[in-house]
Design a protein around this ligand. Structure first.
Ligand code: FMN
Ligand code: ADP
Length: 327
């Protein structure tokens, strides 16, 4: 997949594509239907698929730095998901004052027509763009008729009588209904990151945890969960995780901490993905490390019952095949 950061990085060979515009936060089943639509048009018109997205997301820009709304994915996670679906190109536009002030006609003529040479565009019929949100679906349809591209409305994807959306997914996660979120996403909710060094308190209470910095993001999950971690050259590995500020040890930053069940080994520096399977409890402040330790012990029991009821097996570190000494 090719990532094009900003309009100024578009080159003449990027002209000619079938495209969609949106936040794609979560890359949920509704998004997947849109992307499938692009795939069919790619085959018909023999043109690459282009996803046009914004960073920060417009709602984040308008909310300002003090009250950022929760988002499901960091840009990196979004790009990984789109790459996994085989999308050829992503144009990531920096959403700033300049873009917010761009007249709707420039957005169409400069970007969509001149720079991108769009031949097919799929967007929601409530999509608004350009200065004062003056651009709308009807304007795109009219431009399409003038310049010879097709504009199609995204049909709402319905599950359990309701539209699948990023907001609905965030709400399911906020209510601890990870199972509902997984149905909307078509996979468990996950977060990706690199395992960093922490305060090394975990090992002293018998629960070493792989620390993953969340890079200032407002997460839609908060508290203790049964998780499955993958990456680091391991088979998917069940564990328990805490997303929070760790009030017991006076943590400052919000962090994701994963304790893998029955695992021993070094994970520092590894890039990992953590699937959130089941909500266990909210984060709490404990009076002592001993009280925290006792609670984590109970959390691991809860997680073990969850995994065994679903036939998810915990691998055995001791039975992992070892490379011969000579290697
Ligand atoms: C399953 C689990 C639940 C946790 N719950 C809490 C909690 O409710 N409150 C808290 O302050 N710390 C909690 N922690 C502890 C911290 O997340 C962290 O593991 C601990 O402070 C050790 O940090 P370190 O890895 O930097 O040494 C929990 C950890 C795990 C693995
Ligand atoms: N079962 C386990 N789950 C998670 N990490 C483990 C486990 N066993 C060993 N580790 C290793 O120990 C580190 C965590 O130990 P910890 O004492 O919590 O130190 P830190 O505060 O640096 O995270 C992990 O980053 C990983 O490399």
């Amino acid at each position: 997949m090719e990532l094009i950061r900003g309009q100024h990085n578009l080159r003449p060979w990027h002209r000619g594509c079938v495209a969609t515009i949106g936040n794609f936060d979560g890359v949920h089943l509704g998004h997947r239907v849109i992307l499938d639509q692009l795939t069919r048009q790619m085959a018909r018109l023999r043109l690459p698929r282009m996803v046009i997205t914004f960073e920060p997301q417009p709602q984040e820009f308008f909310a300002g730095p003090t009250a950022p709304p929760a988002r499901l994915m960091r840009l990196r996670e979004k790009l990984l998901a789109l790459d996994g679906l085989g999308i050829e190109r992503v144009l990531c536009l920096k959403f700033d004052h300049q873009l917010a002030a761009m007249p709707a006609s420039d957005f169409i003529n400069e970007l969509l027509v001149n720079r991108l040479g769009i031949r097919y565009l799929v967007v929601g019929d409530d999509f608004r763009f350009g200065h004062r949100r003056a651009g709308d679906f009807a304007m795109l349809v009219a431009a399409g008729q003038r310049h010879g591209f097709e504009v199609v409305d995204t049909h709402s994807y319905i599950l359990d009588d309701q539209r699948v959306s990023s907001t609905r997914t965030r709400e399911a996660l906020a209510h601890g209904d990870l199972e509902a979120a997984a149905r909307l996403l078509g996979r468990p909710y996950d977060m990706c990151g690199r395992v960093a060094h922490g305060d090394q308190i975990g090992r002293t209470i018998g629960f070493p945890t792989a620390n993953i910095h969340l890079l200032r993001r407002v997460t839609p999950v908060y508290g203790v969960y049964a998780v499955v971690m993958s990456g680091a050259g391991l088979q998917p590995w069940p564990g328990v995780a805490n997303v929070g500020r760790r009030p017991t040890v006076r943590g400052i930053r919000q962090q994701l901490e994963v304790h893998l069940l029955d695992f021993r080994g070094d994970l520092y520096g590894q890039q990992v993905k953590v699937d959130f399977m089941h909500y266990i409890r909210p984060e709490q402040r404990f009076e002592s490390l001993m009280a925290l330790q006792a609670q984590i012990q109970r959390d691991t029991h809860t997680a073990r019952s969850y995994f065994s009821a679903r036939g998810i097996v915990i691998p055995d570190t001791h039975h992992r095949p070892l490379l011969p000494e000579a290697f």
